[in-house]
Design a protein around this ligand. Structure first.
Ligand code: GDP
Ligand code: MG
Length: 813
């Protein structure tokens, strides 16, 4: 019976803890272990939690948890003496009757056929072997009981199986056994010389989240083949202790049993629950189902929600049968249908083979890091590409060549369509300028909307090209290799190779990049990766660079770009190292980097990807950036002034700044117009705001207009450009923003930016506070706004320092 069925006042003895993983651990840590007596203090029907007396203290359990604890009434238990199977009782009870219940460990041997399970079983159980066939199936299991270091070990030798599904009688048998019997410890026997195939079953057992020890059997064969395997590291990575054995001669079996006891007592340092991560398309689907299954605790009594979700996605008949009894079954089937369709569209293969490929990718990654002189078998094409791409000599140059090509294509190839869009925007504003009656509406459309949005939209092609490269690298499987070769470098920063993927993705947009840090299991590494991500120059900053570089550094464009990106990366590295040194100490837990097989992304998928990015960009233009542009425009347009509102002092001061010959050239009427325009802007609402904060950036000779645009960049970095577009109104409506920025001011004869101040401005934009979307992503992923606040302050401080240094250094040239 279950603990939840006990009535108040009744006392039971715990005979078994069902469930798995964290739950099981929690319940056991609270003191609910086999053999202990529990008395119910308070158990009102339908009331949560239930109060129990356990040994000398009181604990409360949720009803759902109490359901997973199997108990026997005390009086019954006393009569039954010892709980072993009826047929084994007769000749052993005299020997085992004095063993405490919590010292009985049920062990299941699981592994591929011919991996040595029976050899282990025979050697361990020795003369005491007891053979018993489980009724009802043609395949059987042998059970043996031995006494070992004060424990009673009940070992079951299960039939060999390659995976956990319901397609062969053996597999079905093993699956049912795991479901019904809930062994305390699974000993997963794997053949050392054929790890790749053997570990497949292991990945499924990991999904199941049961207490487990891996027996690396036939270790003699591995040694003979000259292959080196760092099995300790491998065990740490996958969170399961590994013990090498040679079952045929009994070597290592004591250590195996010791480890089993250690894991059972939860004293093993290597035991840790990990996820065999698959590509995000599949993980997303798994998560949807997993969350469904989590709603009702009863569903995952026997198998973990993750395991159920994966098997349900694969339409495993046994799991199907198990889940059919729940009222929500039809809903789940419907969910699966839509998920399956999505996966088919995204992956171009059926779910079962996709999952298998991902699992092998996990194994490849784990073995690539721990095995030397590998017998790792790969698909031929994958192998050929990998010899180059992950090669010590070629790996880095290939990666840098690809990165260089990516940026070259982004700016060079992108500049042609950019020019077309630019001239289209110019043509439209020319048309409106000529045909619309003067007035606030015309000003709004020309200066507010076209000036703002038009200035940013021209960069659409650049951004699409960049995204195409990044998603190609991700989808093809190349990114995983990059993470792999970068591992050593990243370790110097106190990070892991996996942190490199979010950094590369950050070139596109920091928001998905920060979300992708979920693949990093180590908490501190993940936090650092999140916080350094904003230093990676995202594509929204490209418009600013292109604009200013085009104006002020047309001949050194590539170098300025390279310099900016490098500066961002250097600061990211510096920040990571500082954080490791003074704040977050290194976490040594190693983990697996998956190496999925290469896939050629289909043309269709690439186009769809590109279109969705374009759509996103256009939506941002039509929404956030349009609104921001209009607000900025309105703030700079109001309050309105007439010529007579201008105080004489201002007029005299302004005119005094204009050189004599310019006044003559312009004529009195034009000068009046210029003075009014200047007064209007600098005394608008925005002008007041800008003037208030201008002193901060004055050392870099940036005016109040650029200050305001930096501030507006909090909404989105593109808004920096659109704000400049709104504020620097040209002489001619069709003037391009780049012309407006480099044109000398009518008043001072100086352009708004000088090359040094433009450079400082770009450095500032590169480093200063992240946009709202990124700050939100940081808060969401770290679970605290404190980190967003830190990021905003720290980054802006650095931005100021580096912008100032840049400005001073640039002045020297
Ligand atoms: P099962 O199918 O998993 O039960 O595997 P068996 O226990 O029947 O073993 C299969 C074969 O592998 C037998 O011929 C064993 O003698 C052999 N074997 C088992 N363990 C080892 C080992 O550690 N080293 C070597 N070289 N052979 C082993
Ligand atoms: Mg056998």
């Amino acid at each position: 019976m279950r603990l939840s069925e006990l009535k108040p006042g009744q006392t039971g003895v715990i005979t078994k803890i069902l469930g798995h993983g964290a739950f099981r651990k929690r319940v056991m840590e609270m003191g609910f272990v086999k053999g202990r007596e529990v008395r119910v203090i308070l158990n009102a029907p339908l009331q949560d939690p239930v109060k129990y007396a356990l040994m000398d203290y009181e604990v409360s359990l949720r009803r759902a948890e109490a359901e997973l604890v199997e108990v026997q009434l005390l009086e019954e238990w006393v009569n039954s003496k010892i709980h072993v199977d009826a047929h084994t009782e007769k000749h052993e009870d005299h020997e085992f009757s004095n063993i405490r219940k919590d010292k009985i460990i049920n062990i299941a041997l699981i592994g591929n056929p011919n991996c040595g399970k029976t050899s282990i079983f025979n050697k361990v159980s020795g003369a005491r072997e007891h053979v018993g066939n489980y009724a009802g199936v043609t395949v059987g299991a042998k059970e043996g009981i031995i006494k070992y270091k004060g424990y009673l070990l009940k070992i079951v030798d299960l039939p060999g199986t390659y995976s956990l599904s319901a397609y062969s009688p053996e597999e079905l048998y093993v699956m049912r056994y795991l479901r019904e019997e809930t062994p305390d410890i699974i000993v997963n026997v794997v053949v050392a010389s054929n790890l790749e195939r053997n570990l497949y079953l292991t990945t499924e057992l990991i999904d199941m989240n049961r207490s487990m020890v891996i027996d690396l059997n036939m270790y003699d064969e591995l040694q003979k083949s000259g292959v080196e395997l760092d099995y300790k590291l491998l065990g740490k990575m996958i969170g399961v202790p590994i013990v090498p054995t040679i079952a045929s001669s009994g070597i290592g079996l004591d250590k195996l049993l010791d480890t089993v006891i250690e894991v059972y007592e939860m004293k093993s340092n290597d035991t840790r629950h990990i996820h065999v991560l698959m590509r995000s398309e599949i993980e997303d689907c798994v998560k949807v189902l997993k969350d469904e299954f989590k709603k009702d605790r009863a569903i995952s009594h026997h198998f973990s929600p993750r395991f159920l979700a994966i098997k349900f996605l694969e339409r495993d008949p046994e799991i199907e049968e198990m889940l059919r009894v729940y009222p929500d079954y039809d809903k789940w089937v419907n969910i699966r249908k839509t998920l399956n369709e999505k996966i088919k569209k995204n992956l171009n293969e059926d779910i079962t083979s996709a999952i298998a490929a991902e699992k092998y990718g996990f194994i490849q990654g784990a073995l690539a890091e721990t095995m030397n002189g590998g017998v790792v078998k790969e698909e031929k094409s994958t192998k050929i590409i990998d010899t180059f791409v992950t090669n010590k000599l070629f790996g880095f140059p290939i990666f840098f060549a690809i990165m260089w090509f990516m940026f070259w294509a982004t700016f060079r190839i992108g500049s042609y369509p950019m020019e077309w869009i630019e001239s289209l925007v110019g043509w439209i504003s020319g048309l409106i300028g000529e045909n619309m009656a003067d007035g606030p509406l015309k000003d709004l459309i020309l200066d507010g909307i076209i000036g703002g949005v038009g200035g940013v939209i021209v960069f659409l092609p650049n951004i699409l090209i960049l995204y195409t490269f990044i998603s190609f690298m991700e989808d093809s499987g190349y990114m995983a290799r990059v993470a792999f070769i970068m591992d050593k470098v990243m370790h110097r920063m106190g990070l892991h190779g996996k942190s490199f993927i979010p950094l590369v993705m950050g070139f596109g947009c920091n928001v998905p990049a920060i979300m992708s840090t979920r693949i990093i299991e180590s908490k501190s590494s993940r936090l650092i990766t999140i916080l350094i991500n904003p230093f990676i120059s995202c594509s929204a900053r490209i418009p600013i660079y292109v604009l200013l570089v085009g104006c002020f550094f047309p001949h050194y464009g590539a170098w300025v770009f390279l310099g900016l990106y490098m500066l961002g990366i250097l600061i990211a590295i510096m920040t990571a190292r500082l954080m490791r040194r003074f704040w977050l100490k290194e976490d040594e837990t190693p983990f697996v980097m998956e190496l999925p097989p290469y896939r050629m992304p289909t043309f269709k998928a690439t186009m769809r990807n590109m279109w969705s990015k374009a759509e996103q960009y256009l939506r941002k233009m039509g929404g956030l950036i349009l609104v921001a542009s209009i607000i900025i425009w309105a703030l700079s347009y109001f309050p309105r002034y007439e010529s007579r509102d201008i105080p004489d002092a201002f007029r005299i001061e302004t005119i005094a700044e204009i050189p004599e010959e310019r006044i003559n050239a312009l004529g009195d009427e034009k000068v009046d117009e210029v003075v009014l325009k200047e007064y209007q802007q600098s005394h608008s609402y925005l002008g007041h705001i800008g003037k208030f904060i201008e002193p901060i950036v004055r050392p870099m000779e940036l005016g109040w207009k650029s200050t305001v645009s930096l501030l507006a960049g909090a909404a989105a970095k593109e808004v920096v450009v659109s704000t400049l577009g709104v504020l620097y109104i040209g002489e001619d409506d069709a003037d391009l923003l780049s012309q407006r920025l480099s044109a000398p001011s009518v008043i001072t004869g100086k352009a708004p930016f000088s090359p040094p101040s433009a450079l400082a401005f770009m450095v500032f934009v590169l480093l200063y506070f992240p946009c709202i979307a990124t700050l939100t992503a940081i808060a969401r992923e770290t679970g605290s706004w404190r980190y967003s606040l830190f990021s905003a302050i720290y980054n802006t401080t650095l931005a100021w320092i580096f912008a100032y240094l840049t400005f001073r250094i640039a002045l020297l040239f």
